[in-house]
Design a protein around this ligand. Structure first.
Ligand SMILES: Nc1nc2c(ncn2[C@@H]2O[C@H](COP(=O)(O)OP(=O)(O)OP(=O)(O)O)[C@@H](O)[C@H]2O)c(=O)[nH]1
Ligand SMILES: [Mg+2]
Length: 413
């Protein structure tokens, strides 16, 4: 019995399968990224295969001829499964299983698996399990190999290594239970958000492709102590920290979950409230890994995702990060940004300029206030100091004269 158990816990050896729809598209990069994703999920990539096709085969993703080639590769490389670079339909999974007799996975399953391993807070865990179960619910009919424990763990473990529910009827119950729990947590988030809005402190959301250096930036600007790692999706739960700028004003910075190409829609749906942090922010800080040859494509994906989430019309500060390891002399541009800066979050280079740029954003959002306050209203000047920029303060006989830049909604203070 022991051997059977060991067998189920083996490292998965996978062959990556992709479809190239037109010459010169980004299939190759997408496949390289898929390899990294598989690696993060704990699988070893032993082979890759790309087919040029005008469209994805509706029945089995690749064309019939290619199936034979994959079958041979599976045997020759002693692979335990395949991972397709796009989300497969339930029928495609079933047909591929029948033809290839191996574990069939797709990009979505891998990403969900990574998220499940990363989730730490209760909200994160609920969101991931919900996304996983929704993905499974439609894929459990009549077959079992790929989503059972047989042949490795990927796709079978929920948050905290908990085994995912496999019974379809029970999945439905669990989904509605999770939805209820999520609604509770989100109500709580809503309250926090409203409190923040009331306080007139401006919020900047730090967004960017996964592994760009968002958490590193937050940690070095404030003392946030968010986990920063050379791993995909190190951050799942947003962390907000206060940053005191040189003029004495404060701004809230929120670190968010990273984006990736072909972000599974179940995930976007389940993580909507987390991802929407950017929607409720006043400004966007877009962190780009400038040392990555894929940076332009990654920036494009970030803007596409923001668009999908309905984030628009906000001031954007783009930071071309990791300058300490950028060696090409290409000029870095982001036409969507209001301002761009070159920084190295890790080496703390350029961070003063980041703070100045944020001060500039705040200033542009403010109006000049000149007023004499009664002495008993002195506490209001405290608020001005916190949310605005105090330029002059003079104690006169008739009260305290103040000249300051204040957020527009504080004009009638
Ligand atoms: N060389 C160099 N490495 C950096 C710099 N900034 C961040 N890194 C490294 O890049 C890796 C990813 O950094 P994180 O801050 O975790 O990235 P993130 O954007 O929060 O990533 P996710 O949370 O996974 O989306 C870590 O190994 C960091 O040490 C930098 O300026 N220079
Ligand atoms: Mg992070």
């Amino acid at each position: 019995m022991q051997t059977v158990y060991e067998n189920t816990e083996m490292t998965e050896r996978v062959i990556l399968v992709g479809i190239c729809l037109s010459e010169g598209d980004d299939t190759e990069d997408s496949m390289a990224e898929l390899e990294e994703l598989c690696n993060t999920a704990g699988a070893v990539t032993v082979g890759k295969i790309v087919q040029n096709r005008e469209q994805v085969h509706p029945g089995h993703y690749v064309g019939t001829g290619k199936l034979e080639e994959i079958a041979e590769m599976l045997e020759a490389l002693e692979a335990t499964g395949i991972v397709c670079d796009d989300e497969l339909s339930p029928a495609q999974i079933k047909n591929l299983e029948n033809e290839l007799h191996c574990k069939v996975m797709d990009r979505t399953l891998i990403i969900l698996d990574i998220f499940a391993q990363r989730a730490t807070t209760s909200e994160g865990k609920i969101q991931v399990e919900l996304a996983q179960l929704r993905y499974r619910a439609t894929r459990l009919v009549g077959y079992g190999r790929s989503l059972s424990r047989q042949g490795g763990k990927i796709g079978t473990r929920g948050p905290g290594e908990k085994k995912l529910e496999v019974d379809r009827r029970l999945i439905k119950n669990r989904i509605s239970q999770l939805k209820g729990e999520l609604a509770d947590v989100q109500r709580h988030r809503e309250v926090t958000r409203l409190n923040r809005e009331k306080s007139s402190t401006r919020v900047a959301a730090i967004v960017g492709y996964t592994n760009a250096g968002k958490s590193t930036l937050l940690n070095h600007l404030t003392d946030a102590e968010v986990l920063e790692e050379d791993k995909l999706f190190a951050t799942l739960d947003p962390t907000t920290r206060n940053l005191k700028l040189d003029s004495g004003q404060e701004i809230l910075l929120t670190d968010t979950v990273g984006f990736v190409r072909k972000l599974p829609h179940h995930l976007v749906e389940a993580f909507k409230s987390t991802l929407e942090e950017a929607k409720y922010a006043d400004y966007i800080i877009h962190v780009v890994d400038a040392s990555n040859p894929q940076r332009d494509k990654q920036m494009h994906i970030v803007y596409e995702t923001l668009n999908q989430l309905g984030v628009s019309g906000k001031k954007i500060l783009t930071l071309f990060n990791k300058q300490d390891i950028v060696y090409d002399k290409e000029v870095l541009k982001d036409l969507k940004a209001d301002k761009t800066l070159l920084i190295s979050a890790k080496k703390e280079e350029g961070l003063e300029a980041v703070k100045e740029a944020l001060e500039e954003f705040l200033r542009e959002d403010k109006t000049l206030l000149e007023k004499v306050f009664r002495y008993e209203d002195a506490s209001k000047i405290q608020s001005i100091r916190k949310y605005g920029e105090l330029l002059e303060e003079e104690y006169r006989q008739d009260g305290i004269y103040v000249k300051a830049y204040v957020p527009k909604e504080m004009y009638n203070i």
